[in-house]
Design a protein around this ligand. Structure first.
Ligand SMILES: [Zn+2]
Length: 302
């Protein structure tokens, strides 16, 4: 039986990583550097180097989701974790020519998991006789390569072999962008006309307001509905989307008896499959409007 002797790992338990909260939630919120040790980001999981490695280039594949067991991961995340494991092995083979790998989860205290609350898959490259890599003399930890050097090499090789594509979910790359359209009424308060996050567009409620005059259009519920949906269309366009991408609409009516009239105009704007929708009567709307309409759109990957 081979025994991998790693006495410095004691430091891991005596001197935990100086991060408030969960290390694996913290790391992807930072810029990638030898500080967070994140070498590659996927859509649902990322790869980072272990700061207290068993061997050089000891990697971990981590889901963005904070879960303590793979039983709580969806199929897409499970698949990506294994894809990233494959990529990690290819990158490590190219750089370090290991003769084998240990790949696995430590789940629960009894299994020796260092950070139990957020699962991570270890990918540990192995060489015959790799227990000789370090000396335990004078309590010194001697690895053949500094962590910063390993970080740069692995990160570069990984991005060269597998160029990341599309918007990234989770962590720092799921950035929130304010959407601005000149063809819809300006936001006149602490809100955005819409916010885009990854493939999703969340549109603020639109009134039947003419963006030129800043006044409600004349003509009652039909005219206001038409103008509100036209404004919504322009806001979506500024986010690279159209009404065909809308998945959910909420319609606020000052008087529910306007429902049928609103619905007739609404039907001119949407095609099948229609978005999900709720329509409710409210006590009042800004500027005495008859209708306000908000929407959520999904524009897919890329
Ligand atoms: Zn976490």
């Amino acid at each position: 039986m081979d025994i991998l002797w790693a006495p410095w790992r004691m430091a891991y338990f005596e001197d935990p990583f100086p991060v408030e909260g969960c290390l694996f939630c913290w790391a992807p919120r930072q810029e990638d550097s030898p500080t967070n040790l994140v070498v590659y980001r996927g859509q649902r999981a990322y790869a980072m180097l272990n700061r207290y490695p068993y061997t050089s280039a000891h990697l971990m594949i981590v889901p963005y989701a904070h879960v303590d067991t793979p039983l709580h991961l969806d199929d897409a995340t499970l698949l990506e974790i294994m894809r990233l494991t494959q990529q990690a092995m290819q990158v490590l083979e190219e750089l370090y020519h290991p003769q084998g790998f240990n790949v696995g989860f430590n789940i629960g205290k009894a299994a020796g998991a260092g950070i139990r609350e957020h699962i991570h898959l270890h990918v540990v490259p192995r060489w015959l006789g790799d227990t000789n890599f370090m000396t335990t003399l004078a309590q010194a930890r001697v690895l053949p390569e500094a962590l910063e050097v390993t970080f740069e090499k692995v990160r570069r090789a990984w991005h060269r072999r597998f160029p990341p594509a599309g918007p990234k979910a989770g962590g720092a790359d799921m950035t929130k962008q304010a959407v601005v359209s000149e063809q819809a009424p300006r936001a006149i308060g602490p809100y955005s006309q819409a916010v885009k996050v990854g493939p999703w567009v969340f549109c603020s409620g639109q009134l039947g307001m003419d963006p030129e005059t800043g006044q409600l259009v004349e003509g009652g519920i039909e005219a206001e509905t038409r103008q509100a949906l036209t404004n919504l269309k322009h806001v979506l366009a500024a986010a690279g989307a159209g009404l065909e991408h809308v998945v959910k609409v909420t319609v606020y009516l000052r008087d529910i008896r306007d429902f049928a009239a609103m619905n007739t105009v609404y039907a001119e704007f949407f095609q099948e499959p229609y978005p999900a929708r709720a329509a409710v009567q409210v006590a009042a709307l800004p500027k005495g409007a008859a209708v306000e309409i908000e929407a959520v759109a999904y524009v897919g990957e890329g």
